[in-house]
Design a protein around this ligand. Structure first.
Ligand code: PLP
Length: 456
């Protein structure tokens, strides 16, 4: 390698120190980045020492998603075991389509999938894959459901007016995917939710009946386990009962909160999951791996193969189908995202993973108790959830979040549910302590906000 290991560890040490010294990157307007950092690509190259210096400046200015000031997204924090797995995957640089090219990495992925099948209560003769993101897992589930409904779709295209059901609070990927897979965005039915943001089974059933009467072909229900804003759980048991009545596929989008399966204390939130058709979880959200690590499992091993296999004699030249996972993936070359969840899971065991999940709920409870017990706050979310949603002193959430960001004090975002807009504090960094959460509120309260009242 052109860079020896010391250069690499120098950069990593620099990053770690920079995170402690400046947990928030300085705010730079996007239009000003090129003035402050040397990013332009030029005719001539530069020395490795120059490159390292430039990279250091870039590191300082890049948002620190692992710091205890970052609560902005559904991921955060850094766990060394998982990072080690991810770095090794990069250095090894296998592609996860054949056993010939990836060797034991294929067996590692299979172990992760088998253990996830077990946790979901699916038969271990089910199957699964690791896809490049939760949106893609949702798409793969939807494609399997579509093809199971009409097995000629793959060859002939979508010939029926097929319909998809998901709650109003579900992730936007469901709608995007409907466009991608030929079903059409207008054929996504956004089902009403109750005041907690959970899909209403009665409204779902009514909509399906109406569509059937009008000649549509319902085929897919998406159940969200942890909605993106409030972290609500759609009820699985009544949804599956409806699905069985009309012969529809039920997918559980556990991108955000699927990690509850790793905890004996919280897995009840997914009661009934063993009766669903597919389930996906983003290990890079609750389970502490770097982006991205998205696991999809299904009870329908044959359907996964039917929907995603294709012949390629230049690729598949050895071994049983069973060990060539390229036959059940969306893409051809596929990054090894299995190793990072395997390394953290292997090193901590089931019990350590459970501890991580339980700790996140403890942090969330800490934040929830804080806002519910302080009169300057108005609360919009419920427990248990890793999203704690609130407003502070009747000041506009958008303005608070923007000011905290531009002043380089905190990274936190806002969300909305029905008419309310509020700050959405996300507790997914397992390295945070109770004190880190209380510090969040201290910093938020220490800021002076002027002329920021909510405009009514
Ligand atoms: C994050 C999220 C997704 C999308 O996952 P990506 O990995 O970002 O594609 C889907 N559904 C829910 C509920 C999510 O929270």
């Amino acid at each position: 390698m052109k860079f020896d290991k010391s250069v690499f560890s120098e950069l990593v040490q620099f990053l770690e120190k920079s995170e402690i010294d400046n947990p928030m990157a300085p705010f730079i307007k996007p239009q000003e980045v090129n003035e402050k950092l040397d990013i332009a690509l030029n005719e001539e190259g530069i020395s490795s020492q120059q490159l390292v210096e430039i990279l250091k400046n870039i590191v300082v200015s890049t948002p620190k998603t692992s710091s205890n000031r970052f609560f902005n997204q559904l991921f955060g924090g850094r766990n060394s075991e998982a990072v080690l797995g991810d770095l090794l995957a990069t250095v090894l640089n296998n592609s996860m389509y054949t056993y010939k090219v990836a060797g034991p990495q294929v067996i590692i992925e299979k172990e992760v999938i088998n253990q996830t099948l077990k946790l979901a209560g699916y038969s271990t003769s089910g199957s699964g894959t690791i896809a490049p993101g939760g949106s893609m897992c949702n798409m793969m589930a939807c494609i399997m459901a579509r093809d199971l409904k009409h097995n000629k779709v793959r060859a002939e295209g979508v010939l029926h007016k097929m319909t998809i059901y998901t709650s109003q609070e579900s992730h936007y990927s469901i709608t995007k995917n409907a466009a991608f897979i030929g079903v059409g965005m207008n054929n996504v039915r956004k089902i009403e939710t109750n005041s907690m943001g959970e899909m209403l089974p009665e409204a779902l059933e009514k909509q399906i009946e109406k569509d059937l009467k009008n000649g549509f072909v319902p085929f897919f229900i998406n159940v969200t386990a942890g909605t993106t804003v409030l972290g609500a759980f759609d009820p699985i048991v009544p949804t599956v009962a409806i699905a069985q009545k009309f012969d529809l596929w039920v997918h559980v989008d556990g991108a955000y909160f699927g990690g509850v399966l790793w905890s004996r204390k919280y897995k009840y939130l997914l009661n009934g999951i063993e009766t669903t058709n597919s389930f996906s979880v983003n290990a890079h959200k609750m389970l502490g791996t770097p982006l991205s690590c998205s696991i999809l499992v299904t009870q329908h091993k044959n359907q996964l193969f039917e929907s995603f296999s294709s012949e390629a004699s230049y690729l598949y030249q050895t071994d049983d189908e069973e060990f060539n996972p390229g036959k059940i993936s969306m893409q051809c070359g596929r990054r090894n995202d299995a190793l990072k969840i395997w390394t953290i899971w292997k090193s901590r065991g089931h019990l350590g993973m459970e501890k991580l999940v339980d700790h996140l709920f403890y942090l969330a409870k800490t934040a929830y108790d804080y806002v519910i017990n302080h009169q300057d706050y108005q609360v919009y979310s419920n427990q248990p959830s890793l999203s704690v949603c609130f407003n502070y002193k009747n000041i506009s959430a958008e303005k608070i979040c923007t000011q905290l960001y531009e002043d380089s004090t905190l990274m936190v975002g806002y969300g909305s549910f029905r008419e309310d807009v509020f700050i959405r504090l996300i507790l997914v960094n397992g390295n945070n302590s109770q004190q880190d959460i209380l510090n969040f509120f201290q910093v938020l309260e220490a800021q002076t906000y002027e002329n920021l009242a909510i405009e009514k």
